[in-house]
Ligand binder design. Sequence first.
Ligand SMILES: [Fe+2]
Length: 294
Amino acid sequence: MQTTHKTAPKHGLAAGADLTPVRADWTIDQGWAHYTAQDHAIWKTLFERQTRLLPGLACSAFVQGMRALPMGADQIPDFEHLSDILRRQTGWRIVAVPGLVPDDVFFAHLANRRFPAGNFIRSADTLDYLQEPDVFHDMFGHIPMLMHPVMADFIQAYGQGGLRALQCGKLAELARVYWYTVEFGLLQEAHGLRVYGAGIASSFSESCFCLNSTSPNRIGFDLERVMRTRYRIDDFQESYFVLHSLDELLQLAQTDFVPYYDRLNHGPVYAPGNVLPTDQLLHCGDGSYHHPPH
Ligand SMILES: [Fe+2]
């Protein structure tokens, strides 16, 4: 994500009073027939640019998932067509929503293996700026990984955990887990670090930054550490957390977070760029991007 001064139209919750959901679960029709030639052209630009980057960047599960999906450069995918494949593979399906939806609605969808996806696409003059998750982020970034059984189970468990976290008042802590895994997670593979997070996989600039820049920290994933770490929503991440195997997500999916929430009532909250003596540090960032020397 990058900052910009452009003003994009607002969708979903961000649209405020301009948008009242027709259905209680906030789902809408994708309205595929209403996409314009310009919308499909923006998709094509994004898809081709990002696909060129994927070799040597995306983890093998992402690449395999993408190959098995009816998703190509020529047009914005039809959610129903993708869902046909996804449902057979991992039991998930895609439901269209107008943009960001209330937390309880979002979690309830995930807990029932429904992936809420924005049906709009960014404008041509804001290709690299993602103010809200759009159809490119949601389809290109998320759906290939949802073809993997571990990610499929993890995101469902996250939805169930989200409904509990709402009751415990620990949403911020839980959201950090999603952010540093599903959105911005890195994976150690045999030939080096690879991307599995959708926020990176769908971002042209961050996909290079997260693997190649000397600036960010790359730290072995630790659940409590991540729950205590704030994140950047306005720019590239200052720290990325690395899994040694996707199976770590399976363990997370089976972990009761409530004892963690109790511990989180005490102790520090870390800034996005902090490095701790206890970290399993793969790369200590020099901070040159976020904190350039004067
Ligand atoms: Fe996302």
